[in-house]
Design a protein around this ligand. Structure first.
Ligand SMILES: C[C@H](O)[C@H](O)[C@H]1CNC2=NC(N)=NC(=O)C2=N1
Length: 227
């Protein structure tokens, strides 16, 4: 049984790339690439440009069939390539294991998974660099050897900073995934997010960041100085 790619990525993909007959040549190139690393393709990282070219050329379903084969399961090598190059969640068992190609909107409507899932692992720096482009205003920072998400705002007043904390806290509680909240110098809010259970970043962190971005907080924030 084929596990369908995550609906959001499929619908998003098909809006811009109507399905065409998958091309044998593309299939051959890709199978060749993942089945036997050669001098030309020494390491999965080198698939990144190929992966983006592939996704432009072949409909997502045929890419999906290539990746998981007829038996519906991806082998560890393919999964490693996916995890490094397409921001795929590290949770092999979930249907949304194929969490690639998401937009900010897709992330903001997803649900966080319990952080004590035994399959949850920290994502690679490459996957984090791909996903950070989906959460406006957030930065990737490294604290020790752990990656984190970080974003700062200036609020109008100290109490509006606390109101902002409450809005964020409600989202965090609903998701069972929590940020670190800082309110410094009365009007400087900084939020940091990472998955404590794995000591790094997982897709949960990007989902929470996208949900925070979707909050209506303009009335709490100081207008940006127009220079
Ligand atoms: C069981 C439950 O998933 C854990 O206690 C949650 C709570 N909130 C969390 N939040 C964050 N950021 N990381 C965690 O590992 C975490 N674990």
């Amino acid at each position: 049984m084929l596990i369908p790619p995550h609906p959001c990525s499929l619908s998003i993909f098909y809006q811009s790339h109507p399905p065409r007959k998958p091309r044998e040549k593309t299939k051959f190139q890709f199978h060749h690439l993942i089945s036997s690393p050669t001098d030309q393709h020494p390491h999965p990282e080198s698939t990144l440009p190929f992966m983006s070219r592939l996704l432009q050329k072949a409909p997502l379903t045929s890419v999906f069939q290539i990746l998981v084969g007829a038996h519906g399961r991806s082998n560890s090598r393919v999964f490693g390539i996916l995890q490094n190059n397409m921001g795929v969640s590290s949770c092999r068992k979930s249907v949304c294991g194929f969490r690639a190609l998401c937009t900010a909107k897709d992330l903001s409507i997803k649900k966080c998974v319990p952080c004590n899932s035994k399959d949850l692992q920290p994502m690679t720096e490459q996957a984090a660099s791909d996903l950070i482009t989906k959460v406006d205003g957030w930065n990737l920072v490294s604290e020790g050897d752990a990656l984190r998400l970080k974003k700062s705002w200036k609020v109008k007043t100290f109490t509006k900073g606390l109101e902002m904390f409450k809005l964020i806290a409600d989202v965090a509680e609903a998701e069972g995934h929590h940020p670190d909240l800082h309110l410094v110098g009365w009007n400087n809010v900084t939020v940091e997010i990472w998955t404590h259970a794995v000591g790094g970043l997982t897709e949960n962190d990007f989902i929470l960041a996208a949900k925070i971005n979707a909050l209506n907080m303009q009335h709490l924030l100081r207008r940006k100085a127009t220079n």
